[in-house]
Design a protein around this ligand. Structure first.
Ligand SMILES: Nc1ncnc2c1ncn2[C@@H]1O[C@H](COP(=O)(O)OP(=O)(O)OP(=O)(O)O)[C@@H](O)[C@H]1O
Length: 310
């Protein structure tokens, strides 16, 4: 349905997006995951036909959208990172305005507005002016605006950043329903791993303008199939212990958070024995040892040496 080939965007000679390839099938739910500045918004702006690529192409049903953006624009709903609403107008009036912008037929508009208000959970509040709404409610009106023309493809750029947990849950559930029940194709960017894990069948992990890994959650997790994620605690803080284990062969990553030390080890490397020995050498005792299943967050850490929020 939508294919991105060797897409690049440079600003003053610096590549914000660097030769990325990705695709969306009809009915897909795809996550674009990466830390701030990875290039997600720039990628989305190019796919949404808002900015032109420096090089590469985006094809919609086999035709270049760089040369001819009209066909894609018709079926696309885009929820940008910044909320763009008229604060002095009510939720209903805002939607009416956006319905006209999106050229929704006049005879359909009233029904669509009510359907969208129902979907975003603001039917009872539709007459209130947006200025009085919480950030999460404004965000829901913003998402509603992108849905009025019943897009086949919905692109959301970090829609849950800085909003209350109730609105966040509502938005995630709404996007899931649109994908699973209405067959809307979804491209969802986030730096919250758990959202992408929850919503998306496939994930692209982006860092420094490049796609560094892609696949289903199971495929991405298999990158760590030979590793264990371990949490330990000592009976006292010990910097020499932490330094010593950082130098060990089978230990790939060590981070400390107050009393807890987290590390990633090669599977089957008898980490427990090693750690007990190193603790003894440092004059400390291991009081807690827990092996966890690695998460997508750990895949990111493994690939980049950083966490998503670094
Ligand atoms: N208009 C612009 N002019 C110059 N540099 C830009 C412009 N837009 C983005 N960049 C740079 O491109 C890089 C990627 O930015 P982008 O906003 O796409 O990242 P992101 O992954 O969406 O991060 P965030 O979640 O913070 O928006 C950053 O280094 C950013 O500073």
């Amino acid at each position: 349905m939508l294919e991105v080939f060797k897409l690049c965007k440079s600003y003053k000679g610096k590549r914000a997006v660097d030769e990325i390839n990705l695709y969306l099938d009809e009915g897909d739910s795809v996550g674009l995951l990466g830390p701030n500045g990875a290039g997600k918004s720039t990628t989305i702006s190019m796919i949404s036909t808002l900015i032109k690529p420096t090089s590469g192409d985006i094809k919609f049903n086999g035709k270049s959208t760089v040369e001819d953006p009209a066909a894609l624009r018709k079926v696309l709903g885009v929820v940008p990172q910044e909320i763009a609403l008229y604060e002095e107008l009510s939720a209903y009036e805002n939607l009416k305005f956006f319905g006209k912008i999106y050229k929704v037929e006049k005879r359909l508009l009233e029904e669509r507005i009510q359907d969208v208000l129902e979907l975003v959970g603001l039917k009872d509040r539709q007459k209130e002016i947006v200025k009085t709404f919480s950030g999460g409610m404004k965000r829901r009106v913003n998402i509603g605006a992108a849905l009025l023309h019943q897009p086949k493809i919905l692109i959301l750029d970090e829609p849950t950043v800085g909003i209350d947990p109730q609105s966040r849950t509502h938005i995630l559930e709404m996007v899931r329903l649109m994908n699973e029940h209405s067959g809307t194709t979804v491209l969802y960017t986030s730096h919250y791993m758990e959202e992408v894990e929850q919503l998306c069948k496939r994930v692209y992990i982006m860092d420094h303008g490049k796609i560094i890994a892609a696949g289903t959650k199971a495929e991405l997790m298999s990158i760590l199939s030979n590793e264990d994620k371990i949490q330990i605690q000592l009976d006292r803080p010990s910097a020499p212990f932490v330094e010593a284990i950082k130098g060990l062969n089978n230990i790939h990553h060590v981070e400390t958070n107050e009393e807890t030390i987290r590390l990633i080890t090669s599977r089957g490397s008898n980490a427990l024995g090693l750690l007990v020995r190193e603790a003894e050498k440092a004059g400390a005792e291991l009081i807690n040892y827990q092996v966890d299943t690695p998460s997508l967050e750990d895949v990111f850490l493994h690939l980049t040496g950083r966490t998503l929020r670094d």
